[in-house]
Design a protein around this ligand. Structure first.
Ligand code: MTE
Length: 340
């Protein structure tokens, strides 16, 4: 992978070890998911000894049912949103319990079961700053923003570079009207998005070798594509904290690491943003990250995927099956870059 361990600082070395462990799912692919999770938790409990046992028991209990941040979320009464039937699925919707308990949210830990830790995230009040190359920078509360946006539900496929996938009923609004609200200058070419930074509630952010806060970006052209969706809910309810409440991105033709969670800032800029994972390892996580079964990630073939909850692997589709909506965005561009 082009690393010279001698040159690595200790922190970077820790990060590499952590990353390999955190994103490694080979074992879960060979074993039914629930069994894998419980076995791993059991191992953790044994390793942690009796002092940690109650914590592990609580995490196990939390993992047995979907956990939602609904109690603290005044938008609960708005749900469910009307489904937009333009976006249909070729597979069953992933079980809600799986989609809300098998998560990547490094702010709360590098393992998949961060449900319990993520409940520390306070989703109200929640303000989003919109700034950079816009006519008038603004700060807007999530409920005021939702009141201005056309709310709907969409069934989207969700494909992680680790080669697992889900099919999720997301609720939210298209990113395009948010771009229109922001009134970007014509010189703005990209949107740079940022997650909250608060190591007091997010233990992962105490790991200073990661370049916090989590950052992701898209071009303005991608942002106004009809598929780009700002997610506020899932399964007809407000988004659970662990899935990125109260506002996360969904770009179904790109790998899941582009789907930045718990967004607090959107900056319009003429410079291509450097994302969190690109900063850590640019040769593995590029800016475009469009799904292509023929372009393997250095550690995971992308030819097939494992829909969570199913025992069958299925072929992965170019642009995750959304080529009719997005292929035109990339006409004439260098294919070597587009899929990394
Ligand atoms: N956003 C933040 N802020 N922190 C993260 O660690 N992980 C990304 C993405 N967004 C991540 C994030 C990755 S790698 C994936 S695959 C998806 O979130 C997972 O979303 P899910 O947990 O809702 O399935």
């Amino acid at each position: 992978m082009g690393f010279d361990p001698v040159d690595l600082l200790f922190g970077e070395l820790c990060m590499l070890i952590k990353r390999k462990r955190g994103w490694e799912i080979a074992q879960s692919l060979a074993t039914p998911e629930a069994l894998f999770r419980d076995r791993r938790r059991l191992c953790q409990a044994i390793a942690a000894g009796p002092l940690l046992a109650p914590t592990v028991a609580a995490a196990l209990a939390a993992g047995l049912r979907p956990v939602h941040a609904q109690e603290a979320d005044p938008s609960g009464k708005l749900y469910p949103f009307k489904q937009n039937t333009r976006y249909s699925l070729d597979r069953p919707i992933t079980d809600e319990k799986l989609a809300t308990t098998y998560n990547n949210f490094y702010e709360f830990g590098s393992q998949k079961n961060i449900v319990r830790e993520a409940q520390a995230l306070k989703v109200r009040p929640w303000t989003i700053r919109i700034d950079g190359m816009v006519e008038q920078p603004m700060e807007i509360g999530i409920d005021d923003l939702m009141a201005k946006m056309p709310l709907e539900e969409r069934l989207y496929r969700h494909r992680c570079v680790e080669a697992w996938s889900m099919a999720v009923p997301w609720s939210g609004f298209a990113l395009k009207p948010l771009v229109e609200l922001a009134k970007p200058l014509s010189s703005a070419k990209y949107l740079r998005m940022e997650t909250f930074k608060d190591p007091k509630i997010a233990p992962g952010q105490k790991q200073t070798w990661y370049p916090w806060p989590y950052v992701e970006g898209v071009t303005v052209q991608e942002a106004v594509n009809e598929l780009s969706f700002m997610v506020t809910g899932a399964y007809g309810k407000p988004l659970p904290a662990q899935n990125g409440a109260p506002l996360r991105l969904a770009l179904p033709w790109k790998f899941g690491f582009k789907h930045i969670k718990s967004i607090v800032r959107i900056t319009f800029t003429d410079k291509q943003p450097k994302s969190f994972w690109e900063e850590i390892q640019g040769s593995e996580y590029g800016f475009w990250a469009n799904v292509n079964p023929k372009v393997p990630h250095p550690r995971w073939s992308q030819a097939t995927e494992q829909p969570l909850g199913s025992k069958e692997r299925v072929p992965t589709l170019l642009y995750n099956g959304y080529g009719e909506f997005v292929a035109d965005l990339y006409k004439g561009m260098d294919e070597k870059k587009l899929f990394m």
